[in-house]
Unconditional design. Structure first.
Length: 98
């Protein structure tokens, strides 16, 4: 692997890990996640098992959590505006044939 795709984990204390990915020509924010050593080891092992860097695993997990929250809000909005009107598959197919 190139050094540009190798994640770096700097141990700051027994419960603080700074995770960042080295990149050429791009600026990326560095985020610090605090967790106990057992949780940190579990996260490292899981990322390794999935074949992804710690940085990629954390980024994906965080963005998926945000997307899930957005999806729940969209569902709530749709339910709030639901008129109760439903269409059968036959009705939809008939409309498409026209």
């Amino acid at each position: 692997m190139h050094s540009s795709s190798t994640p770096t984990v700097a141990r700051c204390s027994t419960t603080e890990y700074t995770v960042f990915k080295l990149t050429k020509g791009a600026t990326m924010a560095t985020m610090t996640i605090r967790m106990d050593d057992n949780d940190a080891e579990l996260v490292r092992k899981y990322a390794r098992f999935e074949g992804v860097t710690l940085s990629d695993f954390a980024r994906t997990a965080i963005l998926e959590k945000i997307e899930d929250a957005h999806d729940v809000q969209e569902l709530r909005d749709a339910l709030a505006h639901d008129t109760g009107e439903r269409f059968s598959l036959d009705d939809i197919l008939a409309d498409l044939d026209q």
